[in-house]
Design a protein around this ligand. Structure first.
Ligand SMILES: CC(C)(COP(=O)(O)OP(=O)(O)OC[C@H]1O[C@@H](n2cnc3c(N)ncnc32)[C@H](O)[C@@H]1OP(=O)(O)O)[C@@H](O)C(=O)NCCC(=O)NCCS
Length: 199
């Protein structure tokens, strides 16, 4: 499968749904604990609010809704929220169905945190909770296109090391993969994203 190249070699130059923005101001270091939970029926608006706040355009918020409406993409229990004490929902991480070759896998993203809570652990909390849930559901391979200095903390390494490649041109280090159970075999081939991603 060949897709259009949605961005160039410099991911900081593009507004894009899978790549993190790279010019955010750094918030003061703060250690917080977050409660995490899967999205429930009453959380749709909160999920949208987080994505609207985290990204410069509604594209990612719309993307989440398109993915939620696609039964081939949406997997119950893999849309996760991080909540601060007091109940405000501030962080979000989504895993949806993709394929590597013909084998089912998961795509991580969008990941989003309300700007005033960024770099305080909310994103990590939501991502770790989503990955844990995926592991418990028997999933194994997860791919992510994103910041090469952020996702390795969760165990992601360049997807090329698994023989996995995206259906578009991107610098190798930004396309990453993680095997939730390293003992299981990992498929290789080209990633087929859910239709909503448009690649
Ligand atoms: C990217 C994002 C989800 C990370 O969540 P977060 O709660 O801010 O990050 P955490 O507190 O879990 O992790 C903090 C670490 O991530 C790094 N980090 C956070 N955002 C980053 C970014 N945009 N680029 C590079 N590194 C980033 C910080 O430097 C920090 O590193 P350190 O622990 O070595 O100091 C969040 O910042 C966000 O919503 N950004 C805007 C939207 C976006 O770009 N989403 C990702 C693409 S789907």
């Amino acid at each position: 499968m060949t897709g259009r190249a949605p961005y160039g070699a410099d991911p900081s130059s593009i507004g894009y749904d899978l790549l993190p923005q790279q010019d955010k101001e750094t918030n003061p270091t703060m250690t917080s604990s977050y409660a995490t939970r899967p999205e429930g029926a009453g959380d749709v608006a909160a999920v949208r609010d987080i994505n609207l706040a985290a990204f410069p355009t509604p594209h990612e918020a719309d993307l989440v809704e398109a993915l939620r409406a696609d039964p081939l993409a949406w997997l119950p229990g893999l849309s996760w929220l991080a909540e601060v004490p007091g109940g405000e929902l501030v962080g979000y991480a989504l895993l949806t169905r993709c394929h590597v070759g013909d084998a089912p896998a998961l795509a991580l993203g969008p990941c989003a945190v309300k700007p005033e809570y960024q770099r305080r652990g909310a994103g990590s909390a939501a991502i770790r909770a989503a990955l844990d849930a995926a592991r418990e559901q028997g999933e194994n391979l997860v791919v992510v296109l994103g910041h090469a200095e952020y996702y390795p903390r969760f165990g992601f390494t360049p997807a090329s090391g698994f023989g996995i490649r995206p259906p578009f041109e991107v610098e190798d280090k930004y396309m990453m993969a993680l095997a939730l159970d390293p003992a299981r075999p990992v498929p290789s081939g080209v990633i087929r994203y859910a239709a909503a991603f448009g690649v």
